[in-house]
Design a binder for this molecule. Structure first.
Ligand SMILES: C[S@@+](CC[C@H](N)C(=O)[O-])C[C@H]1O[C@@H](n2cnc3c(N)ncnc32)[C@H](O)[C@@H]1O
Length: 254
C-alpha cells in the first residue's frame, strides 16, 4: 500500500498543532539563541552558500525566520533577504536584531500559506528551518519552488531537541519523524534531493526556574525536581543542554 506522505504530514500537523500565541511567547528565548548560535549558523551558511555557488549578489527568501538566527547573518552576505514571519513578536525582534547588526531584512508578517509571490518576489534560494509548520505540505513546497531556484529545508532528525527536553522533565510530548516523511514526500514527487546531517549543541537558558516552568508549560516543582540533573546557573537561572541532529535537505531547479 502506497502511503500518501503529504496526507501523513497533514494528520501529524493537526495532532501537534501549536496555539497562535506560542511563537510570540517563545520570542525572547529565540532572540537569545539567535545570538548565541551565531558562529554555528555562520558555519552552516558558509557550507550552504558554497554548495549552491551563491555569492554576494544573490537574493534569499527565508520562511518562518523567527528572531533572525539565519536571516540576519544572511543579510551580511547577500544583496537581499526577505523574511516571512507570522508572529508579531518574532517579527519585531527580527527587525531589532537586524538593526543592531546594521543590516536590512524585508519582513512580511504573514503565514507562508497566505503570502503571494508578488509580495515576496523571486529569489536564488528559499530557506525554511524548522518552519514548514503547515498542513498543506504540497502547496507550501510548490510555493517555495516557485519563489526560488533552490530550496533548502532544515528538519529535525530522530527525537527533536524540544522532545528531549520534555523527556528530561519526565513529560512525553508527541513528535513525528518529520525528516523522513518530508524526504519520502519529495521522492513521491520525483525530487531526489541532497541531504546533509548536522549535529549541534543546544543551550536553552532561562533567567529563573519560574520562567523555565512557564515557557515549558510545566509545574515549577517539575523543574525543581529535575534540577540536580540539569544545569543550574549561579544566579538562580536554569540551563538545559542537549545535542540535536538536523538534516538540511536541498534541491535546485535545472
Ligand atoms: C521553530 S521556529 C524557527 C525559527 C527560525 N527558523 C530558527 O531556526 O531559529 C518556527 C518559526 O516558524 C514560524 N511559523 C509558524 N507557522 C508558520 C507558517 N505557517 N508560515 C511561516 N512561518 C511559520 C513561527 O512563527 C516561528 O517563528
Amino acid at each position: 500500500m502506497d502511503i500518501d506522505w503529504a496526507e501523513e504530514w497533514a494528520a501529524w500537523r493537526r495532532e501537534v498543532w501549536t496555539p497562535p500565541d506560542f511563537w510570540d511567547r517563545a520570542t525572547p528565548r529565540f532572540y537569545r539563541s539567535a545570538k548565541r548560535r551565531r558562529v554555528e549558523v555562520e558555519r552552516f551558511l558558509d557550507w550552504l552558500l558554497g554548495e549552491l555557488g551563491l555569492g554576494g549578489g544573490s537574493s534569499v527568501l527565508e520562511v518562518g525566520a523567527g528572531a533572525g538566527a539565519y536571516a540576519v547573518p544572511l543579510a551580511k552576505r547577500v544583496s537581499r533577504v526577505v523574511a516571512v514571519e507570522p508572529s508579531r513578536e518574532m517579527a519585531r525582534y527580527l527587525r531589532k536584531y537586524a538593526e543592531e547588526e546594521g543590516v536590512k531584512v524585508d519582513v512580511v508578517e504573514k503565514r507562508w500559506e497566505e503570502v503571494s509571490l508578488e509580495e515576496v518576489g523571486r529569489h536564488d534560494l528559499a530557506l525554511a528551518a524548522h518552519s514548514i509548520l503547515v498542513e498543506n505540505l504540497r502547496g507550501a513546497v510548490e510555493k517555495l519552488e516557485e519563489a526560488a531556484r533552490c530550496v533548502c529545508v532544515v528538519l529535525h532528525v530522530g527525537v527533536p531537541g524540544w522532545a528531549q527536553l520534555y523527556r528530561s522533565l519526565g513529560v512525553e510530548r508527541p513528535h513525528r519523524p518529520w525528516f523522513t516523511a518530508f524526504y519520502n514526500f519529495l521522492l513521491q514527487r520525483g525530487v531526489y534531493a541532497n541531504v546533509k546531517i548536522f549535529e549541534r549543541d543546544v543551550v536553552r537558558e532561562y533567567p529563573s526556574v519560574e520562567e523555565a516552568a512557564e515557557d515549558l508549560g510545566v509545574e515549577v516543582e517539575r523543574v525543581v525536581e529535575t534540577l540536580p540533573r540539569l544545569g543550574r546557573r549561579g544566579d538562580g537561572g536554569v540551563v538545559f543542554k542537549y545535542k540535536v541532529k538536523e538534516a538540511a535537505v536541498w534541491w535546485c531547479r535545472r
